[in-house]
Design a protein around this ligand. Structure first.
Ligand SMILES: [Zn+2]
Length: 497
């Protein structure tokens, strides 16, 4: 009897524990997705990527070393374009009026699958591959957003796809877009205005992250511009009544903007820097310049906020007796996530698994965390659950968003920096140029190549993605945020020293 009672008790406890674990994992925000199946075609893509790992890691290291900032990515874009050409892609360089933008094409006919590659660095973030802050060359750029890994992983995925397509006579077209100047939110917007993404059935892209996962979140739409004020100089003490201060105009603009905040939606974000505010306090500045960002949850809101900002600028000019010129730099949309496509990416991430970081790499990551006063949790070795999008509040902007309003676009994040470390930071540069970055690149390349194969071979997926995209865009055609006559801010090729 006693034995029976004990067995019953244990069974009961197990049942309670099981049901508890069941209720715990049933987070209503989590979307359940099964891992994708490893098909012979997918196996071929993975084998190609693994077999070319050292060659791809070398490309990653080279772009990391080039560390070229927005619109100066001459060597980085040429390296990727040459690699794609060598691997059977037809490359068109200098597209959309930007010498460092290119499109590499393989195959013919439908479906047309796009893959985005970025490769611009950030100013002032030069850093060695050590777990403490140590610039390679002080004040020089570094890959603080991991775009070296971004560019190479996307290129790797494109070439792996091409290999499988060629061997198996798969129909369709792969287009790898070499997109410059993401950090200044320029490249893809000008490429979009040119119509380069118009024939895509879907677009695949990713971003280096501290976590492995797929996000259904959005990003902020944005307008950025500079304003110049022109006044009249005078002795600031002798005869200031003859002067008209351009700096006053900027200060009054900013006062106006800071009052405006109260009457914008809570989703709006305004920020500015004064890039030229005069030269000496005893001279009334006849020239001043400032740079502004206006962000909000969607394009319409940004346009409305922007109109009000322009009114304030005009008011400031009237108050100060100055004149002004607004120079529009660029504008982007908010990112439109595509759940149907993202679920396919996620299923392939589950199949591929997170990057296989070893103890040495974990130690490197923990060392960085300790040096930053963070909990030494190391790197993300799990896959984060796929969550339904929450309420979007604040956040950055990306020009990937413009592509997402032209064609269904997927997302992916792969860990290539320690958990909890900030973005646009030396720690990303440190990890991106060594094995942590190389391994993240391989994982991202694999997930995107497998997703590409699903898109090429399963038309029902593309159909579902398109239907969702049509519902979200309500069939509205993409309208470029750029004025039609605005030229891309091209920088000349630097002279080799
Ligand atoms: Zn980035």
């Amino acid at each position: 009897m006693r034995k029976k009672f004990l067995v019953g008790l244990i069974l009961g406890l197990v049942l309670v524990a099981w049901s508890f674990s069941q209720t715990k994992s049933k987070d209503p925000a989590v979307i359940e997705v099964k891992p994708a199946k490893l098909t012979p075609l997918k196996k071929e893509a993975l084998t190609w990527l693994e077999g070319h790992f050292s060659e791809l890691a070398e490309l990653n290291r080279k772009i990391w070393e080039f560390a070229e900032i927005a619109m100066e990515e001459y060597k980085s874009s040429a390296l990727l374009a040459d690699y794609l050409e060598k691997n059977g892609f037809l490359v068109q360089r200098g597209v959309a009026g930007m010498p460092t933008a290119f499109v590499a094409v393989y195959g013919t006919g439908k479906p047309v699958i796009g893959i985005l590659a970025e490769y611009d660095a950030l100013p002032g973030l030069s850093q060695d591959t050590v777990p403490y802050k140590k610039p390679l060359v002080k004040g020089q750029p570094g890959h603080g957003c991991g775009h070296n890994i971004f560019g190479v992983a996307s290129t790797a995925a494109a070439v792996a796809l091409k290999e499988v397509m060629a061997k198996n006579n798969l129909a369709g077209t792969i287009k790898l877009f070499g997109c410059p100047a993401e950090e200044t939110l320029v490249g893809k917007v000008f490429m979009a205005r040119e119509g380069l993404f118009n024939d895509l059935d879907a677009c695949i892209q990713w971003h280096p992250s501290s976590r492995n996962g797929v996000s259904l979140g959005s990003s902020n739409a944005l307008n950025q511009f500079e304003v110049e004020f022109f006044g009249k100089t005078a002795h600031a003490a002798g005869d200031p009544w003859h002067g008209r201060s351009a700096l006053d105009a900027i200060e009054l603009t900013n006062v106006g903007l800071n009052y405006l905040r109260e009457h914008l939606k809570p989703t709006a974000r305004l920020h500015y820097v004064i890039t030229d505010g005069g030269l000496a306090p005893n001279v009334v500045p006849d020239y001043a310049r400032a740079w502004y960002y206006v962000r909000d949850a969607d394009r319409e809101s940004v346009e409305e906020d922007y109109r009000r900002v322009l009114d304030i600028i005009e008011g400031a000019a009237k108050m100060t007796g100055t004149t002004y010129k607004v120079h529009f730099i660029s504008g982007v949309y908010n990112l439109l996530p595509n759940q149907a496509g993202c679920e396919v990416v996620y299923s392939n991430l589950l199949l591929v698994g997170p990057p296989s970081f070893d103890e040495k790499e974990e130690e490197f990551a923990r060392e960085i965390q300790k040096n930053l006063g963070l909990e030494p949790k190391g790197l993300d070795r799990k896959i984060q659950p796929l969550r339904k999008p929450g309420r979007s509040w604040g956040g950055g902007s990306t020009d990937v968003a413009d592509v997402s309003w032209i064609t269904p676009t997927t997302t992916l994040g792969i860990a290539c920096k320690p958990l909890g470390t900030p973005g646009h930071h030396w720690s990303t540069v440190a990890c991106g140029g060594m094995s942590i970055g190389h391994k993240a690149m391989l994982t991202a390349g694999k997930v995107m190549a497998l997703t590409g194969l699903d898109f090429l071979t399963k038309p029902e997926i593309l159909k579902k993605m398109r239907a969702e995209w049509l519902e979200k865009t309500k069939g509205k055609p993409y309208r470029s945020p750029l004025p039609p006559d605005l030229k891309p801010p091209v920088k000349p090729k630097p002279v080799e020293k």
